[in-house]
Ligand binder design. Structure first.
Ligand code: ATP
Length: 443
């Protein structure tokens, strides 16, 4: 009787989960977690089904991928000869109790003596196919132990709409979510400068918007260089301490920024410290984040001498900012459709300074290589597999590893609202503001 009641309840819950499946997007509301956002269908049906499938296929998959060992070793005596081969009886490593997570599950595997995690890392594709899941990752947090993290379906297919960002520490911004479902955090204190590439409509400006939404509420100076006539960044004008909308203004602004760096340098020298973070809090200058949208506009010239001088000057100034900025609290975010040596002198040197990388869908392999080439080759392949429909999806670097992530969608109205709401937080940098004003007069 009791068993029948439990079955009936489970069936009703599965039915409810099925009927409300369109409402499962993880949604954080101002009041907490929206219960409709809990992935009931996964917990009630997907998870048990996957666990059963794992159990049924574990022995076979281990055998086929050399994850099992033979208890009697793989050598034997045949007549007077020692022969090597696979014993008939093979024992797979012990599969622990799977624990459900929001978008998948985690299971521990105890290694047999003599086994290493390497064959498990190589077998991730086989495991994903055997269990019919989107992805499998393998880590080894302790000796003799492998942790398998299963992602049931691609978590980046649904857009996440911007809400009030969670409080973060200074210069840390949540720009979206990573494929394991966690937050995509950009921390300028850990990685000082960022390069963001992507073909047209791949989501670069949206990424910058997500970054600005998070930084706008922090005591940080924001400066924009948008040589596409301010098309993207002028939305943020109320919160920006300065905005350059053409190359002439950009040059003046970059010069003023380098002067600012030099004055910060002398403050640090006088205090006998090596960076602004070692200064007492009251004397510390406010951090500045300089956002450059469409870098190619800064580097490309029409061939005239004046234009060439301007591009060379901008390239040198940008490089100086990148080289000196990290220690002096000036951070650079450079976005562009293309980023290759053909843009001009100094691009490769600049790239070496921009250690944070975000590669959206790209058209040319050179740009992907510039952004991700010094990481694992499979990061390049993953960036080139991003489709046109996957707007905002990118391959990024986190702690020396690469992973797929998707930025939070920031509709234009939301960006405008946040810029207006946070305008009072805009710090005044008169030298920077007047540099762009002078540029306007000179045009
Ligand atoms: N994470 C996202 N989720 C949903 N939609 C997105 C996301 N990122 C971008 N989009 C949508 O994709 C479109 C293009 O985005 P965006 O303007 O950021 O591209 P872009 O790379 O800056 O293009 P361009 O180089 O032409 O300026 C926009 O309509 C935007 O709303």
């Amino acid at each position: 009787m009791v068993a029948r009641y439990i079955w009936l309840t489970a069936l009703v819950l599965v039915g409810i989960a099925y009927l409300t499946r369109r409402r499962w997007e993880p949604r954080l509301t101002r009041r907490g977690i929206d219960l409709r956002a809990v992935p009931w269908r996964w917990y009630l049906a997907g998870f048990p089904a996957t666990v059963i499938r794992m159990r049924l296929t574990w022995r076979q998959t281990c055998l086929l991928n050399n994850l099992s060992i033979s208890p009697r070793g793989n050598r034997g005596l045949l007549g007077g000869l020692v022969v090597q081969g696979s014993a008939l009886r093979q024992i797979p490593p012990r599969l622990g109790l799977p624990r459900p997570t929001r978008g998948g599950l985690v299971v521990k595997v105890g290694l047999h003596a003599g086994q290493t995690p390497a064959p498990f890392v190589q077998a991730v594709d086989a495991l994903a196919h055997a269990w019919g899941v989107y992805g499998v990752r393998v880590t080894s947090p302790a000796r003799g132990l492998v942790v398998i993290t299963v992602t049931a379906r691609d978590p980046l297919t649904d857009a996440e709409v911007a809400e009030t960002p969670e409080p973060a520490r200074l210069l840390m911004a949540r720009v979206g979510r990573i494929e394991s479902g966690g937050a995509w955090l950009v921390d300028f204190r850990t990685v000082a400068h960022w390069l963001v590439v992507g073909a047209t409509t791949s989501g670069k400006s949206n990424w910058l918007g997500a970054l600005l939404v998070a930084l706008a509420r922090q005591p940080v100076g924001l400066v924009g260089i948008d040589c596409k006539g301010g098309l993207e960044l002028s939305l943020w004008a109320p919160r920006l301490s300065a905005l350059a909308i053409n190359r002439r203004q950009a040059r003046a602004l970059l010069e003023a920024l380098v002067t600012e760096l030099e004055s910060r340098m002398s403050v640090c020298r006088a205090a006998g410290v090596r960076n602004v973070w070692e200064l007492p809090e009251d004397d510390r200058p406010m951090p500045l984040v300089v956002i450059v949208d469409e870098i190619a506009e800064l580097y490309l010239s029409d061939g005239s001498r004046e234009a060439r001088d301007e591009t060379t000057a901008c390239a040198v100034l940008l490089l100086r900012l990148a080289q000196l900025g990290a220690a002096l609290g000036v951070h650079l975010v450079v976005a562009g459709q293309r980023f290759g040596a053909e843009l001009g002198a100094g691009v490769t040197a600049l790239r070496a300074q921009l250690s944070g990388r975000v590669a959206h869908r790209v058209n040319d392999p050179t740009t992907a290589e510039m952004a991700l080439g010094d990481l694992a080759p499979d990061a390049l392949a993953a960036a080139q597999m991003i489709t046109e429909e996957e707007r905002g999806v990118a391959v990024t670097t986190v702690g020396g590893r690469w992973l797929r992530a998707r930025s939070t969608h920031v509709p234009t109205d939301h960006a405008r609202e946040v810029a207006a709401e946070t305008a009072w937080l805009r710090p005044d940098f008169p030298a920077l503001a007047s540099a762009t004003a002078e540029g306007v007069e000179a045009v």
